[in-house]
Structures are given as C-alpha cells and as structure tokens.
Design a protein around this ligand. Sequence first.
Ligand code: ZN
Ligand code: ZN
Length: 351
Amino acid sequence: MDTGTQAVGPFTELVARYGPRVWDTLAANVPRDLRWNWLLLMLAIAVLLFVARKGRGAKGADGRERPCGFVEYLLPRDIYTHVSARVDIWLWVFERALKPVWALLLLGSLGPFVEKSVIGALTAGLGAGPALDTSFAWMLLYSLLLLLSYDFTFFLLHYAEHKIPALWAIHKVHHSAEVLTPLTRYREHVLEGPLYSSAAAIGYAIPAAVFAWLFAGSITQITVLNVGVFALLFGFNGAFRHYHVQFRYPRWLEKWLQSPAMHHTHHSYLPKHWDTNMGVVTSIWDRLFGTLYIPEPDEHTPWGLGPEQQPGYRSFWQNVNGPFRDWYRMLRPAGQGNTPAPVNSRSSQIS
Ligand SMILES: [Zn+2]
Ligand SMILES: [Zn+2]
C-alpha cells in the first residue's frame, strides 16, 4: 500500500492550510500588554510590591484596598470572575476586528495629509528647511517632542470626551468597567477607535513634519516606542493602569508623570474623582487644565458608572447600544412624559 498518496480528509486539509494563518493572525492581535514579556514584567513588579508592602496594596472588586494572600493578590477571584471582566473580552474582540480599518483609513490618509500640509505651510512661509545634521541629541529631542505631542493630543481628545455630552456617550463604555483588568485598557466602543486613530495621526504627524522640514527629511524616523525610557514609561502606564494592584510613584513625581495608580481614580464613580487624571504619560496637561488628582495612599476608588447608571451598562449589547441610546435621548425633544437624558457629560451626571 502506498502511504504517500493516503487520502486526507477535508477538515485536516483545511486546518493544515489555514491553521498557521489563523494562528499568526491571532498572535499578531494579542494586545501588547498581554504578551509574555510584559506579563512577566508585570508579574515581577507585582511580586515585588507584594513583598515590599507585606500583602497590602491590592484592591478588590469594590475598589477598596485589602490585605490578601499571594494568589489572591495577583489574581483576585472577585475581579476575574466579574461580569465586567467578561464583557471586556467581547468588547475587545469587537473593537479589534474593526481597528485595522480605522488605522488604515486614518493613519494611512490623515497622517500623510497633515504632514504634507505642515511641510507645505513651513516651506511657503520660511522657504526650504535648513537641512540640519542629525545627532543623538536631536534624535532625543525629536522623540521627546513626539511623546509630548502625542500626549497632548491624547489628553485633548480625552478631555473633550469627558466634557462634550455626545462624546461622553461613547467614552462611557470605557468607564462602565466595574473592575480593572489588563484588558480594560482595550475596552472601548467601536466608535472610539477612529477618534483615537485620528488623534494619534495628528499628534505624530505635526512634529514629524517639522523635523522633516528642519532636517530635509534626513532624520531617522524613530518612534518614542524605540527609546528605552519612553518605552518603559508607556509600558508601565499601559500595563498597570488597569490592574487592581496599585503601582505608585513618589508624590513629587506624580506631579509630572501619571503613575498607573492615578488611573484608579480616573475610573472611580465618586464625584470627587470625576474628570481627573486624564493624561496618558505626563501629568503636565492635567496640571494646566486643573484636573490633576493625586490620591491618598490606598484611597478607595469604586469603579464604574455608579449605582444609578451601571444597570444600563452591564452586558456586551448594553454597552454596544449605549451611545445610540444616549444620542436618541439627547435629540428627543423634551415633552410631556419624556424623561430627561440621564447624562449630559460626566460633570453633569448628578441627577
Ligand atoms: Zn476617561
Ligand atoms: Zn482607563
């Protein structure tokens, strides 16, 4: 019998043909914070915090700090079995499926458009650029400006999302998380993707254009993510911002950089915490806009939208429909029998 021509079932053939491709796609879409190197770093820091604070510093699903054993400290049952943690997963899958579309449409078109416009304006106003020579100092300055520019555009958009009712309706989905898990970072409404892609395109394109003009295009296109210290800052902020273990910086440093634990207050539904700490990397913009809030050690931060709003934002579909429900209420003329829109913006949430 010739085993070389042994028939292969269609299922086996399909798996053999498409399996690696499916796996590659899945692997490429694992969020940065959930890749093994960041998970290991998170684990190492969480273990150090556990030892240094003798089992203190982790919060439960109620946002209250409590002493706990090692396993509970790293993976608290009440957080990881919470319905909010499950909804995080589905919202992430849904959002992730559409993300490449926004990135392609906006980073691919808006970024180059802004870049060309800025270079065009500089050339029209000041003539050809001075064609400076690049050096390490220039590259560092370039990275710093890229970071600050991105940080500022992110802050502005985030600030607008908290203050403008129609945008708060979209951003509310991120704030409807009742517990914080590393996936909560990616918990956003599908309509939020294009907003942040646009902000990133504009935030990076402006300094990139200025430097391309200054260096006649010869400056190496390095991104902040390739510069060690910035990569670490982004990493810490990203990985620990939505983790129940509080990772703090010294108080003086928190006035300059957003420590991950400062994001715990951003997600709290207590009125004194609303609209605070909206920065992503630095605290500069929060200070300028008067929204900086440095929490007390182990400050209670109950997460979510609060008892009144939360029941409307528990399931996956409630979250997907959320903005449409709010917009409909906002547009509906106030008349007899109509209940007023429950939320105009976070600041006017009191009802
Ligand atoms: Zn927010
Ligand atoms: Zn968040």
